[in-house]
Write a protein that binds this ligand. Structure first.
Ligand code: ADP
Ligand code: MG
Length: 448
């Protein structure tokens, strides 16, 4: 019977589908209790068959067979004895996971503090009930603050609950590449087969899709397709959806229907906790470091958790290989090269930021205090925005950091200011002239 069905399938589907999907299944079936069990090479093929071809197969089966018969497609691992399948140790030891996920990014080793508490809670809820709580979940924050970790944590958690869930993690550039390749080879069915069969879609760094219009259109279709079916979608970005550049509003407005959460810079206590947890993890040979040493490291690396981790690794390596005790002096030595460049660029930049602020305030004849202060009069607001814009375009430091230079304003205020100026100088030639003049003054100063 199975052979008959295969013959029929061969003439129904195009050659490629047949060789990819059905050819390998020729001699691997077995009849038992009203079922035909067919061994398939992997989960992916199994799902592809179940979703796309099962009804056709059933139809053919009824045609060829008088008694009712069912097909079951099983992978090798499903044929293993029960206990090896459910053994949790076995699952834990798997570094590689389906869906492009990295198993090391879990909720368990994500250290929670004020800066990421809400994002973390929502991520847990979403992972607990994919598609039912917040769809899409949109996570934004500056680089190195844990967006990818949290997003993959969602995927890993979902897989821990149900290994059959089809989770797919993709960086936005990977998505663009996939799309471009398949478009070139005119294989849109493959694109759809790959992306439409999933239960949970995780798209990292969506801002990269800015400008890639065709990909955005395809992503839009995919988004709607999955969304309609209540499939969970999670997106990360370095900015809120409303501030994404060159991403069609059709998409950004979709992102806003769900829930947006942000991750901020962790405070000192939180950073110390992150260091402690890294030390306690099994991948570390050293398990305790004096509190003052931890605090020293944590206070030297503030805005990026990846850098913080890097500093810790460097310290451990340095002290271990030189057989030194972990003291502040030793840590200072270990980190000196990093700290030196950091100090240098910090002080250089700080002076430069100050200078931009004072040149702008001089130019507009207002005091530095008013430039940085809270007064809402337009004669202060415009210079303030220009100064923010110039610092951003020259030094490309995080919006949040710029906010701190202007009396603790928040990320989105600075971002809005920069974009406003960016737009206005395109339309307003006298504003452009003013900004150009200020730039010349800054350049002249830097040459001195
Ligand atoms: P992003 O995607 O926002 O740039 P990542 O998720 O890649 O940042 O995080 C950078 C590094 O910092 C990763 O190694 C990650 O595991 C670690 N990290 C970030 N946030 C946390 C956290 N809250 N607890 C523990 N590790 C974290
Ligand atoms: Mg990331």
């Amino acid at each position: 019977l199975w052979q008959k069905i295969l013959n029929e399938l061969e003439s129904t589907f195009n050659e490629e589908t047949y060789t990819d999907v059905f050819e390998p299944l020729k001699s691997t079936h077995k009849y038992a209790n009203d079922h035909v069990y067919v061994l398939v090479p992997n989960e992916f093929i199994k799902n592809r068959i179940n979703r796309l071809y099962l009804s056709k197969i059933n139809e053919l089966a009824t045609k060829f067979n008088n008694a009712p018969i069912r097909f079951k497609f099983v992978t090798e691992s499903e044929l293993l004895p029960e206990e090896t399948l459910v053994s949790p140790e076995r699952n834990l030891s798997l570094k590689y996971r389906p869906g492009n996920l990295n198993a090391t990014y879990t909720f368990d080793n994500f250290v929670v503090g004020k800066s990421n508490m809400f994002a973390f809670r929502m991520a847990m809820k979403v992972a607990d009930q994919p598609g039912a709580v917040a769809n899409p979940l949109y996570i934004f924050g500056d680089v190195g603050l844990g967006k990818t970790h949290l997003m993959q944590g969602i995927g890993n958690y979902i897989l821990d609950q149900d290994i059959n869930q089809k989770v797919m993690y993709v960086k936005a550039d990977g998505f663009i590449e996939d799309f471009a390749n398949l478009l070139k080879r005119e294989k849109m069915e493959d694109f759809n087969a790959k992306y439409r069969e999933i239960d949970v879609l995780l798209v990292d760094d969506i801002q990269i899709m800015g400008g890639a219009t065709r990909t955005q259109m395809e992503f839009f279709k995919l988004f709607d397709y999955l969304y309609q079916q209540n499939k969970q979608i999670v997106i990360t970005s370095d900015k809120p959806a409303s501030e994404l550049k060159n991403i069609m509003t059709r998409l950004t407005s979709r992102f806003e229907v769900g829930l947006t959460v942000d991750i901020q810079v962790p405070d000192l206590e939180h950073r110390i906790e992150i260091l402690k947890r890294k030390l306690a993890s099994e991948s570390s040979d050293v398990h305790d470091i004096p509190a003052d040493v931890l605090e020293f490291i944590a206070s030297s690396f503030v805005t990026n958790i990846r850098e913080l981790e890097g500093a810790l690794k460097r310290v451990l390596f340095y002290c271990l290989t030189n057989n030194l005790d972990l003291t502040i002096e030793c840590v200072n030595e270990a980190l000196e090269p990093l700290l030196k460049t950091k100090r240098k660029s910090d002080s250089l930049n700080e002076n430069n930021y100050d200078r931009i602020q004072s040149i702008v305030s001089d130019f507009y004849g207002i005091s530095l205090e008013d430039l940085i202060g809270k007064k809402r009069h337009s004669k202060y607001i415009l210079p303030r925005h220009i100064a923010m814009y110039l610092i951003k375009t020259r030094y490309n430091i995080p919006y949040k950091t710029i906010g701190n230079l202007f009396g603790d304003r928040d990320h989105s205020t600075v971002l809005a200011a920069c974009e406003k100026i960016d737009n206005e100088i395109k339309q307003d030639s006298s504003l452009k002239l003013a900004v150009d003049t200020i730039v010349k003054k800054i350049d002249a100063f830097n040459k001195k």
